[in-house]
Design a protein around this ligand. Structure first.
Ligand SMILES: [Zn+2]
Length: 345
């Protein structure tokens, strides 16, 4: 048995160690703008700002106020009162720091790596039993193989993400967790981070499986796993995905690509429609990178303007999420009561 002093000392040590972990993590979160893997990396924010300036220049004849300067019109366009006077916008900021700091406890990285290794090994063995592995290709074609590998991997990962996302909307148990991402009635770039830990784990499992499977298929097909092509050290498709106005997806700024390009690569308007509760928009646009999945499975919707856009849940439930605590624990409470109703009717 430990004495009272020894027990207190152990408790104090545990609290100090946890404090150190969370403090370290908080500093990492503060440094997200300098991390290219994060959506709020300065380059992704800057390219989004350029797209926003383009939309502003197109909207200027309509929104120009003769009594104020163009700069104040621009400020109101970028930071409208309707968004920033809403409590939800500030909850998103608090939740960003809260969830990203405590996310360290989810062990998403190790889960993703373990699942991807396991799926890689199992599917490699399965493919090898179906036929022998091809010999490595000639080195002059390596750049082409790298591109094909990256495209195949990103298509597979995006398809798995599409399937998981659609299931989160259809399954009432999972919807309780995903719902918090749809609950804000106004959006800004940090709204992107309003996700429940259960959602994060679910995605990590799917992402890990898709990475492992794509690696196994390519390794069997090409005889090895090629490098990922990069731009300035950042994976090619990650660079394109983030630099094409990613941060406007969760914002009030409506932007769609011309013609059928919006079918090929996701635009901000595509994801804003996904966040709309207008009857025409419900359960539409589940895809993240390639809207072609929505086109193929009949969930694509992209009107020419945002006149029908109604962001939020539309059932009044937005108001139940008032704090970070609500965003973490109300989905758990609601999903547990759903399970109770199933098993103890
Ligand atoms: Zn969704």
């Amino acid at each position: 048995m430990f004495g009272v002093n020894e027990t207190l000392s152990r408790v104090f040590n545990v609290i100090a160690a946890l404090g150190e972990i969370f403090l370290e993590r908080f500093v990492i979160v503060l440094l997200y703008p300098f991390n290219p893997e994060q959506r709020v990396f300065v380059l992704w924010l800057f390219t989004s700002l350029l797209f926003a300036l383009f939309v502003f220049s197109r909207s200027l004849p309509r929104i120009r106020n003769k009594n104020t300067s163009v700069l104040s019109d621009l400020w109101r366009f970028l930071f409208p009162k309707e968004v920033w006077s809403h409590a939800s916008a500030w909850l998103d900021i608090r939740y960003f720091f809260f969830h990203q700091t405590f996310r360290v406890l989810l062990y998403e990285g190790p889960i993703l790596a373990a699942v991807s290794t396991l799926v890689f090994q199992k599917s490699s063995a399965l493919l090898m039993s179906a036929g022998s592995q091809n010999p490595p290709a000639a080195s002059e074609f390596l750049w082409a193989l790298e591109f094909i590998y990256a495209l195949f991997a990103v298509l597979l990962i995006d398809f798995v993400a599409y399937a998981i996302h659609a299931y989160q909307h259809k399954n009432p148990f999972l919807w309780e967790f995903h719902k918090i991402h749809h609950s804000p009635p106004v959006m800004h770039p940090l709204t992107n981070y309003r996700e429940h830990p259960v959602d994060n784990i679910f995605y990590a499992l799917g992402h890990g499986a898709a990475v492992g499977l794509s690696g196994a298929c390519i390794s069997w097909w090409f005889g090895y796993v090629p490098e990922t092509p990069t731009i300035c050290g950042i994976a090619l498709f990650s660079f394109l995905f983030n630099s094409l106005g990613y941060n406007l997806r969760h914002s009030h700024i409506w932007l769609r690509w011309p013609g059928k390009w919006s079918w090929v690569f996701g635009c901000p308007a595509h994801h804003q429609i996904h966040h709309s509760f207008h009857p025409d928009h419900i359960d539409k646009n589940f895809a993240f990178i390639f809207p072609v999945w929505d086109v193929v499975f009949g969930t694509f919707c992209l009107p020419h303007d945002n006149s029908k856009l109604q962001i939020g849940l539309g059932d009044g439930q937005e108001t139940v999420y008032r704090s970070c605590f609500d965003l973490y624990f109300l989905p758990l409470k609601n999903s547990l009561s759903q399970l109770k109703n199933v098993f103890l009717p």
